[in-house]
Write a new protein. Structure first.
Length: 509
């Protein structure tokens, strides 16, 4: 019998519970779900803190969910509890998280925007994977609007072109415009200007006018699909773009009370319905799509998939390929030397695999090395001098699909220390990082330095290299008769870290 999995999401407008099981056939069955309103976003987006009343309400909701989970034999320790943008921005989030842990037993994990994108991708992929709409031949946008943010994923022919977490959420908009007693027309203008201001950045990664497929995720889009869409499967609808535009205009004419009565939704959901549908509609109009695909799914579904799909090698491979595709697109955006990056990446991974047993890191570390190898010289876009420092800055402040904030910290540090003879340990800022970060950075940086030295001239002069170890020597043998003086000089400069970490002197022949 399958073991039930439980996730709780603390969002801007409510707390939501999902209990599901994964059958031996890898199908998910929803066993239980609950949702209770919570004005978290209204607190945070007006005062930057979670009020005492909202804290107490949140604790009471979680206690109720704890009792509900006891019926399934699930303890708080076995429950995955996440909080999104509103909780993340609260100045008093740490004491609130502690209060929740002490009074309910639930340990809250705060997601960043990139994590929300990752979970949204997993959830959407699960719905679309069996349908003709899931294709690698089309440029696509996946969009999800929530109370605190709008999550955007752009895919060029099935490969990740860019991800963005925009501070354009329905509750955030409502709070910002409330003091102006704004009309709907002012709200629409505000939303449109915010989206248009980001369009240039989005077009650098994927021209929105060339988007052929639009996937809209969220409860408000599901509501629209139920009323004016055509069902494709049980959990997937299709809406004509023109029909959706007319539906949005109709909803604009309703009062909040009319939305509650007509759509049988809560007052909280009705308050943000117009803003939510407007955001979707404006984004859709920036493209030329005729149809909108609406999967009935959410972040909680993505969490369940994430928790239960660890052994799925096909999913893992596809997901990793989307991460590296996002990194390559970022390099392209900053006009990086793609041939050099691919050469360094190939040699770095080859060296990692040769040293795998002595490196003693997991497969995720190999992925971080791959991303760091692709992006190590991206700072050259700003200036060649000290380009490693510029690389660190760009990586730290960019959104790379699938990489958490901790991942980006590690990758940016590897890029920072990939050049020169100085050791990371000599940098005071490096010593302040957690020990587990430091060891990962040192090992992967040592490998990247060697791989970078093998293409010192950015000319890819070696068609292939072979690596072997004997008597504390790492032998790198090339199949080229070209002069290797430049590469040997680079190795003498960059190989010291590798020797100090792994105990092998690097010899190129």
């Amino acid at each position: 019998m399958a073991t039930p999995e439980a996730v709780i999401e603390i969002g801007s407008t409510g707390v939501r519970l999902l209990v599901a099981e994964v059958t031996p056939e890898k199908k998910r069955n929803v066993l239980d779900r609950s949702e209770l309103p919570l004005p978290l976003g209204r607190d945070v987006f007006t005062s930057s803190s979670i009020s005492r009343e909202t804290q107490s309400q949140c604790v009471q909701i979680l206690k109720r969910f704890r009792e509900q989970l006891e019926g399934w034999g699930i303890t708080p320790e076995q429950t995955y509890v996440v909080a999104a943008s509103a909780f993340r921005e609260a100045k008093n989030r740490d004491p609130v998280m502690d209060r929740i842990l002490v009074q309910t037993g639930f340990r809250v994990r705060i997601m960043d925007g990139i994590e929300e994108n990752r979970l949204m991708y997993l959830a959407v992929r699960e719905i679309l994977k069996e349908e003709s709409v899931y294709t690698s031949s089309k440029n696509s946008v996946i969009l999800m609007v929530s109370g605190g943010s709008t999550e955007v994923m752009m895919m060029h022919r099935g490969k990740m072109a860019g991800v963005h977490s925009l501070k354009l959420g329905t509750v955030r908009i409502e709070q910002q415009l409330r003091k102006y007693a704004s009309s709907y027309e002012n709200m629409r203008r505000y939303i449109r200007e915010a989206i248009v201001n980001t369009k240039g950045s989005l077009d650098n990664e994927l021209n929105l006018s060339e988007v052929e497929q639009f996937v809209a995720v969220g409860i408000d889009m599901t509501l629209a699909a139920v009323h004016v869409g055509t069902p494709i499967t049980t959990f997937l609808w299709e809406i004509d773009a023109g029909v959706f535009d007319r539906f949005v205009k109709t909803v604009q004419s309703y009062s909040i009370d009319e939305c509650v009565a007509r759509f049988k939704i809560s007052y909280n959901d009705a308050q943000t319905l117009q803003a939510s549908l407007t955001i979707y509609n404006i984004f859709i109009k920036l493209t030329k799509v005729k149809k909108i695909f609406v999967p009935e799914t959410n972040l909680r579904d993505g969490l369940i998939i994430s928790q239960t799909s660890t052994e799925n090698e096909e999913l893992k491979h596809e997901f990793n390929s989307q991460i590296t595709a996002s990194a390559r697109n970022l390099l392209r955006k900053y006009h990086g030397d793609e041939k050099h990056a691919e050469c360094v990446c190939h040699n770095a991974l080859k060296l990692y695999d040769e040293m795998k047993n002595e490196i003693a890191l997991d497969d995720h570390a190999r992925l971080l090395l791959e991303v760091a190898s692709i992006l190590h010289d991206i700072g050259s876009f700003i200036h060649l001098n000290h380009h490693n420092i510029h690389s660190q800055y760009i990586i730290e402040h960019s959104e790379i699909f699938g990489l958490s904030e901790s991942d980006r910290t590690i990758v940016s540090q590897i890029a920072k220390y990939h050049r020169g003879k100085s050791l990371p340990q000599d940098d005071e800022s490096f010593t302040l990082l957690p020990r587990v970060f430091r060891m990962t950075i040192l090992k992967l940086c040592a490998i990247l330095r060697v791989a970078d030295a093998l293409d010192r001239g950015h000319s890819q002069k070696f068609d292939g290299v072979e690596m072997s170890r004997s008597n504390d020597i790492l032998n790198i043998v090339t199949d080229s008769k070209k002069n290797t003086v430049l590469e040997n000089l680079a190795l003498s400069e960059k190989g010291e870290l590798f020797e100090s970490i792994f105990g092998y002197k690097v010899v190129l022949s």
